[in-house]
Write a protein that binds this ligand. Structure first.
Ligand SMILES: Nc1ncnc2c1ncn2[C@@H]1O[C@H](COP(=O)(O)OP(=O)(O)OP(=O)(O)O)[C@@H](O)[C@H]1O
Length: 265
């Protein structure tokens, strides 16, 4: 075994909960949009409590992989396993799986005519069948967790982008997901509100939430990720702990990508 392979094997063995079965397995996942190959042969594992950041150039397939995780997109080859079970095809079963994964989008997607509290309480009431008073109590606690306890009555239009995104995170958490999927959660935000969203995410990570984060925030990935995956043209070109990817990438194209972003370790 050469040194690079030995280092990679040691890093993989050191992953969080590597001794337990992974929560998510992507096995040779392939995704087409017409003739266009968006994902080709993507194989990856996510362990419980792990924060995995997906990075890479625009259009490299990061969001597509995230959307294949909760069956917002169907796959054209390979498989995605959740707790060892392939993603189902039937819509009713897909909904069951989706419920276990909270998703946060770039564009918040809050209901504009509902208060922050109602946005968060709605899922537990309508999907989980929780009593309204209990759901509202849960929603208030979650708004406090994301630093918005005093804004519960505000409508989305009266919240900043960063605050709306924190409501969206609280809304996802209200369903008590096993995994949180973040699709470029700060890309649509004014720079001054990016930090407040990232610190909520960092707190979640510290609490042990399993997270997959598509991000262009390299500082966040370096600081918070346990495992970083670099995409290019629908394929993984390198994966490893942040110290490897950001300080000592083994693949020239990772170095090029980070160099273009002005990242110098
Ligand atoms: N619904 C769709 N129909 C056709 N092509 C699509 C569709 N969704 C994505 N694509 C294409 O698939 C490729 C991968 O897109 P994807 O959004 O996964 O990239 P990404 O790495 O997340 O990029 P970014 O960082 O810009 O969000 C892109 O070339 C994109 O144009």
């Amino acid at each position: 075994m050469n040194q690079i392979v030995a280092d990679a094997a040691a890093a993989a063995a050191a992953r969080k909960n590597a001794d337990q079965p992974p929560v998510l397995v992507y096995d040779q996942v392939r995704k087409l949009y017409g003739d266009f190959v968006a994902l080709q042969g993507v194989s990856l594992q996510v362990h419980k409590g792990e924060v995995m950041c997906l990075i890479g150039p625009s259009g490299s397939g990061k969001s597509t992989l995230l959307r294949c995780t909760n069956a917002l997109e169907t796959i054209d080859g390979g498989q995605v396993l959740v707790d060892g079970v392939p993603l189902p095809k039937r819509e009713s079963e897909v909904r069951q799986v989706r419920r276990r994964m909270g998703m946060v989008f770039q564009s918040f997607e809050l209901f504009p005519h509902k208060s922050a509290l109602d946005n968060v309480a709605m899922g537990p009431i309508t999907v989980l069948g929780m009593r309204e008073d209990e759901a509202r109590k849960r929603a208030q606690a979650l708004l406090e967790k994301v630093g918005l306890g005093s804004k519960a009555g505000n409508f989305p239009a009266n919240l900043s982008g960063g605050q709306q995104q924190r409501v969206a995170i609280a809304r996802a958490l209200a369903m008590e997901p096993e995994v949180m999927l973040f699709d470029e959660p700060t890309s649509a935000l004014d720079p001054e509100t990016v930090g407040e969203v990232l610190s909520v995410m960092q707190k979640l990570a510290q609490e042990g939430m399993t997270m997959i984060v598509v991000t262009h925030e390299m500082g966040f990935a370096r600081r918070v990720a346990d495992w970083v995956v670099v995409f290019e043209s629908g394929a993984i070109i390198e994966q490893g702990p942040p110290s490897q990817i950001f300080d000592n990438p083994t693949v020239e194209r990772t170095r090029d990508f980070l160099g273009h972003l002005g990242w110098h370790g």
